[in-house]
Design a protein around this ligand. Sequence first.
Ligand code: HEC
Ligand code: HEC
Ligand code: HEC
Ligand code: HEC
Length: 209
Amino acid sequence: MGFIGLTSALLALSTSFDVPIKSAITIDRHLLEPGARRVAMSDPPHVMVGGRSQTCNGCHQIFASAGAAGAPRAYHESVQLAHGLNDRCVNCHDPKDRERLTLRDGSTIPFSQTPQLCAQCHGTLYRDWQRGTHGKTLGSWVSHSAEQRRLNCNECHDPHSPRYEPYAPLPAPNTLRMGEQQHADHRESGALVSPLRRWLHQPQTGEHQ
Ligand code: HEC
Ligand code: HEC
Ligand code: HEC
Ligand code: HEC
């Protein structure tokens, strides 16, 4: 009986502790939308010419490439290259077969293996991507699962202009540790009470000096 009495006394007491739980900040969903995902090119690659789909070699087999180092462009004005020092088309596109991409050792890969191309110059990022710390994993966390799908570099980055614009961070979630959000100015008057200790009604002083 005594035990039950003590328990209920403690329970009654505990309700008087004013642990402040504030309603969460709600973020407008559209702010979380990173934008439409790119549709990466598949093999054989093609471009639209006069409303019709045309493979690369449909044109490029007719004339030889302007040269191993590339040439001032007279075509593909829509391709705006903004890739830093990597400013030559033939760093990535095979000069002989336009339907393939070129690697440093002179071998070529199809467009579906674009991450191999990026790996030539972004080794660290590529390893991060392989391990799942860069990019995005869909379907399943289990490696080698048939369900798992890892987005390729070019499903997010435009290979010609790969840099992301800087974006403003959203506010962090509202937690107990963060204190009174309305008074972000960190008043030194002592009026700012840690929410975890507020029930003791102790002013928090001297901790920010
Ligand atoms: C309608 C015809 C046509 C199609 C289709 C076409 N191209 Fe081109 N492409 C050209 C022409 C014309 C040039 C300019 C050649 C020059 O200036 O020497 C060119 C230039 C290029 C260059 C720069 C060449 C260099 O030497 O620097 C690249 C790279 C290229 N094309 C890749 C592609 C790829 C990849 C595809 C397919 C996805 C493609 N092209 C499809 C006509 C075409
Ligand atoms: C960093 C490597 C890289 C460089 C440099 C590069 N490309 Fe590409 N390019 C690619 C990849 C990868 C694709 C496939 C894009 C995709 O999957 O969406 C592509 C696609 C294309 C296409 C077909 C799609 C489109 O956007 O029209 C054309 C044409 C093309 N490149 C031309 C060029 C030309 C011309 C240059 C030089 C001014 C150039 N590229 C430089 C990697 C590169
Ligand atoms: C031939 C070498 C080369 C290849 C291939 C290449 N890159 Fe790059 N990349 C560079 C260089 C050089 C820069 C510029 C770095 C700088 O300006 O600091 C760069 C910059 C970038 C940036 C911007 C980095 C930043 O700090 O903002 C991204 C993103 C990027 N590349 C992604 C890719 C992707 C995706 C691919 C494959 C489609 C690719 N790169 C292929 C050489 C390459
Ligand atoms: C799911 C989308 C996604 C995929 C897939 C992806 N990236 Fe990125 N990558 C991003 C975003 C978003 C950023 C910008 C991060 C930031 O601004 O802090 C970025 C940044 C980068 C940078 C700049 C790194 C830095 O430290 O500033 C490079 C280089 C890069 N990615 C290369 C690659 C390569 C190479 C691949 C493929 C092996 C790849 N990315 C796959 C979304 C992606």
